[in-house]
Design a protein around this ligand. Structure first.
Ligand SMILES: Nc1nc2c(ncn2[C@@H]2O[C@H](COP(=O)(O)OP(=O)(O)OP(=O)(O)O)[C@@H](O)[C@H]2O)c(=O)[nH]1
Ligand SMILES: [Mg+2]
Length: 269
């Protein structure tokens, strides 16, 4: 699976006018990197943070995240959903305003695999030009740097997913390789379930129809319910269930969202 190399970032930033970092509105802080913002500053380029997949998060929570980044950190931030075309026209208008007085505007998109970089380009263009895919490395993921013309004068650079050195832990692990190649999927899926349960106990029940706070119990339930049993001893294949949970998490099937650090956890339940 091809990822964007750190050494390629400076070259792209140097050639661009606007640097856009894409994260998911569900877990913005787990996906945001200092690397992109710093590169934009170093080259004196405009930097914009886009919280994509806002269709998976209540509107007021998206607003709170925008407020958090804009007011507390002075970062220009917008919420969009490439899939549902929410906020896309606004984003386009923003780029058109930035184009004023120039012949061309080159906009570079960066972000971890599967945050929706190529989907945003398609939403801006109004048709499927850039290939997209649901899981890291699955057919259609972005393998190279490609430039797309959005409207006369506005060019958007799509880049392969990037795993920044300062984004570690769960998100980096599940996005840096195809789900089939993840080592120890049971430990990773257990972390996902614990994270989701911490924010919203009900969401696991909604997807898997089991109420438990024990990840292994949940994985066993999924394996039994779906008939995933080892042939030799008929024991539940919880490894298969774990990979299913990782895919569901990446696909946004498990409805959950994190909250800005300024917000109390109990407020969301
Ligand atoms: N729910 C939801 N899903 C989205 C949204 N945008 C993209 N997706 C889905 O997220 C997955 C990844 O989208 P891509 O556009 O391929 O992501 P990418 O960042 O270009 O991924 P790489 O090229 O692998 O780095 C796809 O299954 C999309 O359908 C969105 O706004 N909402
Ligand atoms: Mg892509």
């Amino acid at each position: 699976m091809k990822l964007l190399k750190a050494s390629e970032i400076s070259k792209i930033v140097a050639k661009s006018d606007v640097i856009v970092e894409i994260v998911e509105a569900r877990v913005p802080l787990e996906l945001k990197s200092e690397t992109i913002e710093r590169a934009a500053k170093r080259f004196g380029k405009d930097y914009l943070l886009v919280l994509n997949k806002c269709d998976l998060v209540p509107r007021n929570i998206c607003r709170e995240w925008v407020e958090y980044f804009t007011s507390s950190h002075g970062i220009a931030t917008v919420c969009v959903s490439a899939l549902r075309s929410i906020g896309v026209k606004r984003l386009k208008r923003l780029f058109m305003a930035m184009l004023k007085g120039k012949d061309t505007l080159n906009v570079a998109l960066f972000g971890l695999p599967k945050v929706g970089k190529s989907s945003i380009i398609n939403a801006l263009k109004g048709k499927d030009s850039a290939t997209t895919s649901p899981y890291p490395g699955s057919w259609g993921y972005t393998k190279g740097i490609t430039v797309y013309k959005i409207t006369p004068g506005i060019y958007i650079i799509d880049t392969p997913g990037y795993i920044p050195f300062d984004v570690r832990g769960l998100e980096a692990l599940i996005r840096s390789r195809p789900v089939e190649l993840i080592d120890n999927p049971i430990a990773i899926a257990s972390k996902i379930l614990k994270l989701v349960l911490n924010y919203n106990e009900k969401s696991v029940k909604r997807v898997y129809d089991v109420f438990s706070l024990d990840p292994l119990e949940i994985l066993t339930h999924i394996a039994v319910k779906r008939g995933w049993l080892y042939k030799k001893d008929r024991e539940p294949n919880i490894e298969e269930a774990a990979r299913a949970v990782i895919r569901d998490y990446l696909e946004g099937k498990i409805r959950f969202y994190s909250l800005p650090p300024t917000r109390k956890l109990s407020d969301s339940r």
